[in-house]
Design a protein around this ligand. Structure first.
Ligand SMILES: Nc1ncnc2c1ncn2[C@@H]1O[C@H](COP(=O)(O)OP(=O)(O)OP(=O)(O)O)[C@@H](O)[C@H]1O
Ligand SMILES: [Mg+2]
Length: 297
Protein backbone atom coordinates (compact mmCIF):
# COMPACT_ATOMS: atom_id res chain seq x y z
CA UNK A 1 0.00 0.00 0.00
CA UNK A 2 1.46 3.43 -0.96
CA UNK A 3 2.34 5.57 2.06
CA UNK A 4 3.44 9.19 2.70
CA UNK A 5 3.05 12.35 0.62
CA UNK A 6 2.98 11.59 -3.12
CA UNK A 7 4.71 14.98 -3.82
CA UNK A 8 3.74 17.59 -6.41
CA UNK A 9 2.33 16.45 -9.74
CA UNK A 10 3.74 17.79 -13.05
CA UNK A 11 0.65 20.03 -13.24
CA UNK A 12 1.39 21.47 -9.77
CA UNK A 13 4.96 22.23 -10.82
CA UNK A 14 3.81 23.82 -14.10
CA UNK A 15 1.34 26.03 -12.20
CA UNK A 16 4.06 27.14 -9.80
CA UNK A 17 6.49 27.91 -12.63
CA UNK A 18 3.76 30.06 -14.15
CA UNK A 19 3.31 31.91 -10.82
CA UNK A 20 7.06 32.54 -10.56
CA UNK A 21 7.16 33.90 -14.11
CA UNK A 22 4.25 36.23 -13.42
CA UNK A 23 5.71 37.40 -10.11
CA UNK A 24 9.28 38.14 -11.24
CA UNK A 25 9.48 40.10 -14.48
CA UNK A 26 13.10 40.85 -15.42
CA UNK A 27 12.07 41.07 -19.08
CA UNK A 28 9.62 43.93 -18.83
CA UNK A 29 9.34 47.26 -17.06
CA UNK A 30 6.78 47.68 -14.31
CA UNK A 31 3.81 49.87 -15.11
CA UNK A 32 1.68 49.69 -11.99
CA UNK A 33 2.49 51.61 -8.83
CA UNK A 34 1.44 48.65 -6.66
CA UNK A 35 4.39 46.64 -8.03
CA UNK A 36 6.98 49.42 -7.90
CA UNK A 37 9.35 49.07 -4.96
CA UNK A 38 11.13 51.91 -3.21
CA UNK A 39 10.78 54.82 -5.63
CA UNK A 40 8.52 57.04 -3.54
CA UNK A 41 11.10 59.84 -3.11
CA UNK A 42 11.91 59.96 -6.84
CA UNK A 43 8.21 60.01 -7.75
CA UNK A 44 7.62 62.88 -5.34
CA UNK A 45 10.58 64.79 -6.77
CA UNK A 46 9.34 64.26 -10.31
CA UNK A 47 5.89 65.48 -9.32
CA UNK A 48 7.44 68.63 -7.84
CA UNK A 49 9.30 69.33 -11.09
CA UNK A 50 6.22 68.73 -13.21
CA UNK A 51 4.28 71.16 -11.01
CA UNK A 52 6.97 73.88 -11.21
CA UNK A 53 6.67 76.33 -14.09
CA UNK A 54 9.87 76.61 -16.13
CA UNK A 55 11.30 73.32 -14.86
CA UNK A 56 11.89 70.09 -16.79
CA UNK A 57 13.40 66.81 -15.60
CA UNK A 58 16.18 64.41 -16.55
CA UNK A 59 15.71 61.03 -14.84
CA UNK A 60 19.14 59.46 -14.57
CA UNK A 61 20.21 55.90 -13.84
CA UNK A 62 22.33 53.01 -15.09
CA UNK A 63 21.05 50.04 -17.10
CA UNK A 64 18.32 48.21 -15.22
CA UNK A 65 18.01 50.88 -12.50
CA UNK A 66 14.29 51.08 -13.19
CA UNK A 67 14.01 54.33 -15.16
CA UNK A 68 11.35 53.12 -17.61
CA UNK A 69 9.43 51.44 -14.78
CA UNK A 70 9.40 54.57 -12.63
CA UNK A 71 8.37 56.78 -15.55
CA UNK A 72 5.63 54.37 -16.69
CA UNK A 73 4.14 54.34 -13.19
CA UNK A 74 4.36 58.12 -13.02
CA UNK A 75 2.57 58.53 -16.37
CA UNK A 76 -0.06 56.01 -15.34
CA UNK A 77 -0.78 57.98 -12.15
CA UNK A 78 -0.66 61.35 -13.94
CA UNK A 79 -3.11 60.31 -16.64
CA UNK A 80 -5.55 58.90 -14.06
CA UNK A 81 -5.30 61.91 -11.73
CA UNK A 82 -5.42 64.52 -14.50
CA UNK A 83 -6.99 63.11 -17.68
CA UNK A 84 -6.82 66.54 -19.31
CA UNK A 85 -3.02 66.13 -19.63
CA UNK A 86 -1.85 64.59 -22.89
CA UNK A 87 0.93 62.14 -21.92
CA UNK A 88 3.31 60.68 -24.50
CA UNK A 89 6.29 58.39 -23.89
CA UNK A 90 8.71 58.04 -26.76
CA UNK A 91 11.75 55.77 -27.15
CA UNK A 92 14.48 57.74 -28.84
CA UNK A 93 16.08 54.67 -30.49
CA UNK A 94 18.73 56.02 -32.75
CA UNK A 95 16.49 58.79 -34.12
CA UNK A 96 17.19 62.41 -34.99
CA UNK A 97 15.56 65.41 -33.31
CA UNK A 98 13.19 65.85 -36.24
CA UNK A 99 12.23 62.20 -36.53
CA UNK A 100 11.54 61.98 -32.78
CA UNK A 101 9.42 65.11 -32.78
CA UNK A 102 7.41 64.21 -35.86
CA UNK A 103 6.46 60.93 -34.10
CA UNK A 104 5.67 62.72 -30.83
CA UNK A 105 3.50 65.31 -32.57
CA UNK A 106 1.61 62.59 -34.44
CA UNK A 107 0.94 60.74 -31.21
CA UNK A 108 -0.27 63.92 -29.54
CA UNK A 109 -2.74 64.49 -32.38
CA UNK A 110 -3.93 60.89 -32.29
CA UNK A 111 -4.47 61.06 -28.51
CA UNK A 112 -6.39 64.29 -28.92
CA UNK A 113 -8.63 62.68 -31.52
CA UNK A 114 -7.29 64.66 -34.44
CA UNK A 115 -6.05 63.31 -37.77
CA UNK A 116 -2.45 62.22 -37.24
CA UNK A 117 -1.76 62.85 -40.93
CA UNK A 118 -1.22 66.57 -40.38
CA UNK A 119 2.55 66.14 -40.29
CA UNK A 120 2.83 63.77 -43.24
CA UNK A 121 3.45 66.62 -45.65
CA UNK A 122 5.56 68.75 -43.36
CA UNK A 123 9.10 69.25 -44.53
CA UNK A 124 10.91 67.80 -41.50
CA UNK A 125 13.88 70.07 -42.02
CA UNK A 126 11.52 72.99 -41.42
CA UNK A 127 9.49 71.50 -38.62
CA UNK A 128 9.06 74.22 -36.02
CA UNK A 129 8.44 72.18 -32.90
CA UNK A 130 7.71 75.04 -30.56
CA UNK A 131 5.08 76.44 -32.96
CA UNK A 132 3.44 73.04 -33.36
CA UNK A 133 3.41 72.47 -29.59
CA UNK A 134 1.71 75.80 -29.10
CA UNK A 135 -1.00 74.74 -31.61
CA UNK A 136 -2.04 71.49 -29.92
CA UNK A 137 -4.17 71.19 -26.80
CA UNK A 138 -2.19 71.56 -23.57
CA UNK A 139 -1.07 70.62 -20.94
CA UNK A 140 1.43 68.16 -22.37
CA UNK A 141 3.68 65.71 -20.53
CA UNK A 142 6.30 64.34 -22.90
CA UNK A 143 8.80 61.65 -21.95
CA UNK A 144 11.88 60.87 -24.03
CA UNK A 145 13.14 57.48 -22.87
CA UNK A 146 16.58 56.11 -23.81
CA UNK A 147 17.79 59.64 -24.44
CA UNK A 148 21.35 58.21 -24.72
CA UNK A 149 20.34 57.34 -28.26
CA UNK A 150 20.38 61.04 -29.14
CA UNK A 151 24.12 61.49 -29.33
CA UNK A 152 24.46 63.91 -32.23
CA UNK A 153 25.61 67.22 -30.71
CA UNK A 154 23.45 69.29 -33.07
CA UNK A 155 20.35 67.32 -32.07
CA UNK A 156 21.22 67.70 -28.38
CA UNK A 157 21.59 71.45 -28.88
CA UNK A 158 18.17 71.54 -30.58
CA UNK A 159 16.56 69.76 -27.63
CA UNK A 160 18.27 72.14 -25.20
CA UNK A 161 17.21 75.21 -27.23
CA UNK A 162 13.67 73.91 -27.36
CA UNK A 163 13.52 73.61 -23.58
CA UNK A 164 14.76 77.17 -23.29
CA UNK A 165 12.19 78.46 -25.81
CA UNK A 166 9.35 76.53 -24.16
CA UNK A 167 10.28 78.10 -20.80
CA UNK A 168 10.71 81.60 -22.20
CA UNK A 169 7.36 81.48 -24.01
CA UNK A 170 5.48 79.69 -21.21
CA UNK A 171 4.33 76.85 -23.49
CA UNK A 172 2.37 74.42 -21.28
CA UNK A 173 4.54 71.38 -22.10
CA UNK A 174 6.74 69.45 -19.69
CA UNK A 175 9.69 67.47 -21.02
CA UNK A 176 11.09 64.52 -19.09
CA UNK A 177 14.30 63.10 -20.49
CA UNK A 178 15.46 59.66 -19.35
CA UNK A 179 18.95 58.22 -19.70
CA UNK A 180 22.33 57.43 -18.23
CA UNK A 181 24.36 59.84 -16.08
CA UNK A 182 26.69 60.33 -19.08
CA UNK A 183 23.80 61.35 -21.32
CA UNK A 184 22.64 63.91 -18.74
CA UNK A 185 26.12 65.41 -18.47
CA UNK A 186 26.43 65.67 -22.25
CA UNK A 187 23.02 67.27 -22.48
CA UNK A 188 23.71 69.87 -19.80
CA UNK A 189 26.71 71.00 -21.83
CA UNK A 190 24.59 71.47 -24.94
CA UNK A 191 23.22 74.87 -23.93
CA UNK A 192 24.59 77.13 -21.26
CA UNK A 193 21.22 78.09 -19.78
CA UNK A 194 19.44 74.72 -19.99
CA UNK A 195 20.88 73.89 -16.55
CA UNK A 196 18.63 76.50 -14.92
CA UNK A 197 15.57 74.73 -16.28
CA UNK A 198 16.64 71.15 -15.78
CA UNK A 199 16.27 69.11 -12.60
CA UNK A 200 18.35 65.93 -12.49
CA UNK A 201 16.50 63.10 -10.71
CA UNK A 202 18.93 60.26 -9.94
CA UNK A 203 17.64 56.72 -9.49
CA UNK A 204 20.05 55.23 -6.98
CA UNK A 205 20.17 51.62 -5.93
CA UNK A 206 17.24 50.41 -3.81
CA UNK A 207 17.62 50.50 -0.01
CA UNK A 208 18.49 47.11 1.56
CA UNK A 209 15.10 47.19 3.33
CA UNK A 210 13.35 47.53 -0.04
CA UNK A 211 15.36 44.68 -1.56
CA UNK A 212 14.56 42.48 1.42
CA UNK A 213 10.87 43.30 1.22
CA UNK A 214 10.81 42.75 -2.56
CA UNK A 215 12.48 39.33 -2.45
CA UNK A 216 10.89 37.89 0.68
CA UNK A 217 7.35 39.07 -0.20
CA UNK A 218 7.52 37.73 -3.74
CA UNK A 219 9.12 34.42 -2.86
CA UNK A 220 6.42 33.94 -0.23
CA UNK A 221 3.71 34.84 -2.78
CA UNK A 222 5.10 31.98 -4.87
CA UNK A 223 4.79 29.62 -1.90
CA UNK A 224 8.46 29.46 -0.79
CA UNK A 225 10.17 29.67 2.54
CA UNK A 226 13.52 31.41 2.54
CA UNK A 227 16.69 30.46 4.40
CA UNK A 228 18.18 33.51 6.15
CA UNK A 229 21.58 33.06 4.49
CA UNK A 230 19.88 32.83 1.07
CA UNK A 231 18.12 36.15 1.61
CA UNK A 232 21.35 37.82 2.83
CA UNK A 233 23.29 36.57 -0.19
CA UNK A 234 20.57 37.69 -2.62
CA UNK A 235 20.55 41.16 -1.03
CA UNK A 236 24.32 41.40 -1.29
CA UNK A 237 24.60 40.12 -4.86
CA UNK A 238 21.78 42.20 -6.28
CA UNK A 239 23.61 45.41 -5.20
CA UNK A 240 20.21 47.10 -4.91
CA UNK A 241 19.68 46.97 -8.68
CA UNK A 242 16.02 46.26 -9.50
CA UNK A 243 16.90 44.23 -12.59
CA UNK A 244 19.26 41.98 -10.58
CA UNK A 245 16.64 41.52 -7.84
CA UNK A 246 14.17 40.34 -10.48
CA UNK A 247 16.64 37.94 -12.15
CA UNK A 248 17.94 36.46 -8.90
CA UNK A 249 14.41 36.18 -7.48
CA UNK A 250 13.10 34.41 -10.55
CA UNK A 251 15.94 31.98 -11.18
CA UNK A 252 16.45 31.02 -7.53
CA UNK A 253 12.74 30.16 -7.36
CA UNK A 254 12.89 28.15 -10.60
CA UNK A 255 15.93 26.25 -9.33
CA UNK A 256 14.18 25.39 -6.06
CA UNK A 257 11.20 24.13 -8.07
CA UNK A 258 13.44 22.08 -10.34
CA UNK A 259 14.59 20.25 -7.17
CA UNK A 260 10.96 19.99 -5.96
CA UNK A 261 11.84 22.10 -2.92
CA UNK A 262 9.66 24.66 -1.15
CA UNK A 263 12.58 26.46 0.36
CA UNK A 264 15.02 28.87 -1.30
CA UNK A 265 18.59 27.99 -0.36
CA UNK A 266 21.88 29.82 -0.61
CA UNK A 267 22.88 27.45 -3.46
CA UNK A 268 19.79 28.50 -5.46
CA UNK A 269 20.72 32.15 -5.05
CA UNK A 270 24.39 31.62 -5.94
CA UNK A 271 23.44 29.74 -9.11
CA UNK A 272 20.74 32.28 -10.04
CA UNK A 273 23.29 35.09 -9.99
CA UNK A 274 24.90 33.54 -13.06
CA UNK A 275 21.83 34.68 -15.00
CA UNK A 276 22.49 38.36 -14.34
CA UNK A 277 24.35 40.08 -17.13
CA UNK A 278 27.97 40.37 -15.95
CA UNK A 279 28.36 43.89 -17.25
CA UNK A 280 25.28 45.03 -15.34
CA UNK A 281 26.54 43.37 -12.14
CA UNK A 282 29.92 45.04 -12.46
CA UNK A 283 28.40 48.47 -13.10
CA UNK A 284 25.99 48.17 -10.18
CA UNK A 285 28.79 47.05 -7.84
CA UNK A 286 30.82 50.11 -8.90
CA UNK A 287 27.80 52.39 -8.52
CA UNK A 288 26.95 51.17 -5.03
CA UNK A 289 30.61 51.58 -3.97
CA UNK A 290 30.55 55.15 -5.29
CA UNK A 291 27.27 55.85 -3.48
CA UNK A 292 28.80 54.54 -0.23
CA UNK A 293 31.83 56.81 -0.73
CA UNK A 294 29.53 59.78 -1.41
CA UNK A 295 27.64 59.09 1.82
CA UNK A 296 30.83 58.89 3.91
CA UNK A 297 32.29 62.13 2.38
N1 LIG B 1 11.17 49.89 -8.43
C1 LIG B 1 11.16 48.66 -8.92
N2 LIG B 1 10.63 47.64 -8.20
C2 LIG B 1 10.64 46.39 -8.68
N3 LIG B 1 11.13 46.03 -9.89
C3 LIG B 1 11.66 47.01 -10.64
C4 LIG B 1 11.70 48.36 -10.20
N4 LIG B 1 12.27 49.10 -11.15
C5 LIG B 1 12.56 48.26 -12.14
N5 LIG B 1 12.21 47.00 -11.86
C6 LIG B 1 12.44 45.82 -12.72
O1 LIG B 1 13.80 45.89 -13.13
C7 LIG B 1 13.92 45.60 -14.52
C8 LIG B 1 14.56 46.79 -15.24
O2 LIG B 1 13.66 47.89 -15.16
P1 LIG B 1 13.57 49.01 -16.27
O3 LIG B 1 13.43 48.41 -17.63
O4 LIG B 1 12.55 49.97 -15.82
O5 LIG B 1 15.04 49.67 -16.13
P2 LIG B 1 15.72 50.78 -17.02
O6 LIG B 1 16.53 51.63 -16.12
O7 LIG B 1 14.70 51.46 -17.85
O8 LIG B 1 16.70 49.89 -17.93
P3 LIG B 1 17.34 50.28 -19.33
O9 LIG B 1 18.41 51.28 -19.04
O10 LIG B 1 17.90 49.00 -19.85
O11 LIG B 1 16.25 50.85 -20.21
C9 LIG B 1 12.52 45.26 -15.00
O12 LIG B 1 12.41 43.88 -14.94
C10 LIG B 1 11.58 45.84 -13.99
O13 LIG B 1 10.46 45.01 -13.88
MG1 LIG C 1 14.45 51.67 -19.91
Amino acid sequence: MPTGNPGPTPDDIRARIHTVEKTFTPGRPISSLAELVGREASLRELLRVVASPGRHAFVVGGRGAGKTSMISCFLDCASRAAPQITCVRMNCENSSFKAIWSKVLKRILALQGRAPTQFDNVDLSRLDVEFELACVKSPLLLVFDDFDEVSNLEDLAKFANLIKVICDNAVDAKLILVGSPGAATLFKRAHISVQRHLQIIPLDELDPANVQEFLSDRWRQCGFEIMDDALSLAMELSCGLPYSCQVIGKHAALLALSHKRNVITVEDVAAATGQVDEHILLMSAINSKQALNRRSD
